[in-house]
Ligand binder design. Structure first.
Ligand code: UDX
Length: 434
């Protein structure tokens, strides 16, 4: 099938490359001409495991190409995916300017039937607005359908998520749209939920909000564990074995970041308010998430007594492992709060240092975890990259000014660190000292 994906961001690029991998002919459109030039040279604007190879291969096999001209994409394709950004307005509401702009652009170039599919996370009723906008701005009477096909991919495992989805949600209103999307997704052989456009839009918001709620729930339990002397890791294990609860998304820590969960929660709360429902549960989820970061900073402050002029080594900057994405990353809030208190920061991240550099002035970016630890009064674990799990603790102890580790992701075994002579403070577990 001939497909067009508008928006060369995380969702757009991964979706386009994966559809090309499945044998379709895909054209990815972005109005950022510089980004398209880079993509044509084989350079990707962000890091996602396996994506570069996939893009190079599918481009070489002539199933994937890039353009900055919307008309070219619209003319060449039967199905057009809208995967542009839906950033956040100061009110928390989703900003749909890009979606509206692209829809008008599509309308201007429609010459024959097209299926226009929203992939970006959008509030309920966006599908209706897309339909209305297409009708209003299409010059001739050209037939089209609109559908919603929300994306559930996670950064870091995006290709796997797209090629082996746990479900595919199709919000459709005509038999033609349904047939086209069923044909498109047939090779994936995944469970399908076929519904109306509004329900599909809501499934995406409800799923992300539920995941965020699980994380805040376990972080609230972690605070309680600290107060009563229990172990949140064991509590989560005990809860997660109940199949109705499940073990996923029960890791207590610094809370959720990234460009999806925090933004989607705000947009959902805003949407609910707008239609007359006070989503108090999600407001609490957000508050608990903010508190997780503040509480972590307090732990470092208390362990050091005075933070001013102390050096703190931060391991991990990206919002989660296997990505270089710094959007809503806990590291930003943690480092800024510590700098505000007068701390000097040395940091290391396997992928995100180039992105972080511009966002975090006065942070010394280091070669590796050991370089970061050199002369530091505290080692703080902010992102649970795999490579931080197996460190040479004897070497770290020699490099640190004091053997103190404050772990925001419960990466280590407390008993092992105590035996090695560390003071170890983690989340929802008892502090240990040598
Ligand atoms: C999320 C959704 O998972 C995905 O379905 C949707 O399409 C986009 O948003 P992503 O933002 O890539 O994906 O990250 P995810 O893996 O879901 O993690 C979100 C955040 O929660 C991260 O900051 C992570 O560190 C945190 N997290 C996750 C926890 O703090 N505890 C957990 O148990 C799980």
């Amino acid at each position: 099938m001939d497909l067009c994906v508008i928006g060369a961001g995380h969702v757009g690029l991964v979706t386009g490359a994966c559809f090309a991998e499945l044998g379709h002919h895909v054209i990815i459109v972005d109005n950022d001409a510089a980004k398209i030039r880079q993509l044509k040279r084989g350079r990707l604007p962000f890091f996602e495991p396996g994506l570069e190879e996939l893009v190079h291969r599918t481009v070489a096999e002539r199933r994937l190409r890039f353009t900055a001209t919307l008309a070219e994409g619209v003319r060449a394709s039967l199905i057009i995916f809208i995967a542009v950004g839906t950033p956040q307005k100061p009110s928390g509401e989703a900003d749909l300017t890009h979606v509206e702009h692209v829809t008008r652009g599509i309308a201007a170039h429609l010459t024959g039937y097209r299926l226009i599919v929203e992939k970006s996370t959008v509030p309920v009723e966006t599908g209706q607005w897309i339909q209305h906008t297409l009708r209003t701005y299409t010059r001739r009477k050209v037939p089209f359908d609109v559908a919603s096909n929300p994306e559930f991919l996670r950064e870091g495992t995006a290709i796997q998520d797209l090629l082996h989805p746990d479900r595919i949600v199709l919000g459709v209103e005509t038999a033609r749209a349904k047939e086209l999307l069923l044909q498109l997704y047939k090779p994936l052989n995944a469970p399908l939920v076929v519904t109306d456009i509004r329900s599909a839009e809501l499934i995406k918001h409800a799923s992300n909000s539920f995941l965020a709620t699980k994380i805040s729930f376990i972080n609230a339990i972690a605070r309680l564990c600290e107060l009563v002397g229990a172990d949140v890791v064991k509590v989560a294990e005990g809860m997660g074995l109940d199949p109705r609860i499940g073990p996923a998304f029960l890791s207590a820590g610094l809370g959720f970041g990234g460009f999806c969960l925090p933004k989607d929660i705000d947009a959902f709360v805003h949407l609910a308010d707008k239609v007359g429902y006070d989503f108090a549960l999600l407001k609490a989820v957000k508050q608990i998430n903010d508190e997780a970061r503040e509480h972590f900073v307090r732990k470092i402050e208390q362990a050091l007594w005075v933070v001013k002029d102390k050096t703190i080594a931060i391991l991990g900057l990206s919002f989660k492992p296997d990505t270089d994405d710094m959007r809503y990353a806990p590291a930003l809030d943690v480092i800024r709060a510590l700098q505000h208190d007068g701390a000097r920061i040395r940091a290391f991240d396997p992928q995100a240092m180039a992105h972080a550099d511009g966002l975090l002035p006065k942070v010394t970016m280091c070669r590796d975890p050991y370089d970061a630890a050199k002369g530091a009064d505290c080692l703080a674990i902010v992102t649970d990259w795999n490579e931080f799990k197996e460190l040479d603790f004897k070497r770290l102890k020699r490099l640190l000014r004091q053997p103190l580790i404050v772990d925001g992701r419960n990466v280590y075994d407390a008993a092992v660190l105590r035996r090695l002579g560390f003071r170890y403070i983690s989340v929802g577990r008892r502090d240990v000292s040598a």
